[in-house]
Write a protein that binds this ligand. Structure first.
Ligand SMILES: *Cc1c(COP(=O)(O)O)cnc(C)c1O
Length: 362
């Protein structure tokens, strides 16, 4: 396979400046807060005159940037989030990096940003992870190295126009479980995350900026996340914060269809594929809250869960919808989603066969 042949090669002649003394010993790997620690090195590459130039791996450090760069003003910025795992034999693999790269490039296209060639992305990623492999935690089942590629506009000019210069970077963060407990969500009946023709399907920084205030209000009201509704009728479920949403009603699995307003989650896709393996046909369609509430009162709402790289599967235990508070089954009763969560975790650390070739060896 073409992708395998690239492993550990350095096609783009990435210049490497190693850290003098690793910081890894400072980390308590039994007590990792999500996204707080960053590994020894990071990757940077600049885009100018239509080309990616000067790929380097250097010690993780602050950047020097002009206050006039357009990303800071107009938000031309995108990112990705994926994970690398170490198996029992200390082999390191990344979960579905090519899918993430393709999505990164779709986000880039929507934001009028240049795409990253596959070879550059994979070469940078594998070289960086290899260098910082001692940072990959393995003490707990969800432990992994979170990989954060990002790109932003660096034109130093205040005028509003697509930038011509960009910086592409990758840095890494050792992580453990994201949500340590099941989550409570509130339906958003006032704010909208995405709408037809917008940028909902892109992992664009601005999508998140717009959710900070609603999220703060939801947290103040005692909830962990917001469930976004369609921006036209406020009737159909979209997704939750950083996760796609699945409903199990009367043994049928339903997830909102990708209509351009919803992020095309790699975990979502993986869960659909795992369900297909179990002969479940997942319904990808619009799902209205009236249907969910009705199923709840008929005792048919068996499960609701979110899927995303950070949390893998997060069970929803409470959903507030207007005056209704739907209290869902205790987590230990959610047989199907618990099974899926375990299967996915076991594939990632190599104790279950990787039938779909999701793991990409570093
Ligand atoms: C990243 C993200 C997801 C989950 O995607 P995964 O590829 O499964 O991590 C879902 N919704 C939003 C808004 C996201 O940014």
């Amino acid at each position: 396979m073409r992708t395998q042949a690239l492993n550990n090669t350095n096609l783009y002649d990435i210049q490497i400046e190693r850290i003098a003394q690793s910081r890894v010993a400072e980390i308590d790997f039994n007590n990792i807060q999500f996204g707080k620690y960053f590994t020894d090195h990071m990757f940077c590459c600049e885009y100018e005159e239509g080309q990616w130039v000067r790929p380097v791996i250097i010690p993780y450090r602050k950047l020097e940037l002009s206050p006039s760069i357009s990303a800071l003003h107009y938000g031309q910025a995108i990112f990705e989030g994926m994970k690398a795992y170490k198996d029992q034999h200390n082999m390191v693999s990344i979960f579905r990096p090519i899918q993430h790269l393709d999505r990164f490039n779709k986000s880039a296209a929507r934001m009028a940003m240049p795409e990253i060639p596959h070879d550059l992305f994979l070469s940078a990623m594998t070289t960086l992870i290899d260098l910082d492999r001692s940072w990959i935690p393995t003490n707990n089942p969800d432990d992994s190295l979170y990989l954060r590629p990002l790109m932003f506009a660096t034109d130093e000019q205040i005028g509003v126009k697509p930038s011509e210069k960009f910086l592409f970077m990758i840095f890494c963060s050792p992580v453990s479980t994201y949500y340590s407990k099941p989550i409570k969500v509130m339906l958003s009946d006032q704010y909208v995350r995405a709408f037809p023709g917008g940028v909902g399907y892109a992992k664009a920084a601005g999508n998140y900026a717009a959710t900070m205030l609603p999220l703060k209000e939801a947290r103040d009201a005692g909830f962990d996340q917001l469930l976004w509704m369609d921006g036209v009728e406020f009737k159909f479920a979209q997704e939750i914060g950083t996760m796609n949403i699945f409903f199990v009603i009367d043994n049928q699995v339903i997830t909102p269809i990708l209509d351009g307003t919803i992020l095309d989650g790699i975990t979502r896709r993986s869960i659909i594929e795992l369900l297909n393996d179990k002969a479940y046909h997942v319904q990808e369609r619009r799902i209205g809250m009236d249907e969910v509430v009705q199923a709840y009162y008929n005792g048919k709402l068996e499960d609701v869960f979110g899927t995303g790289t950070a949390a893998t599967i997060a069970h929803i235990v409470e959903m507030q919808y207007g005056k209704e508070l739907l209290v869902l089954a205790p987590v230990h009763e959610r047989k199907l989603s618990n099974e899926l969560k375990t299967e996915l975790a076991e594939i990632k650390i190599g104790i279950r066969p990787d039938k779909h070739s999701w793991m990409y060896k570093v």
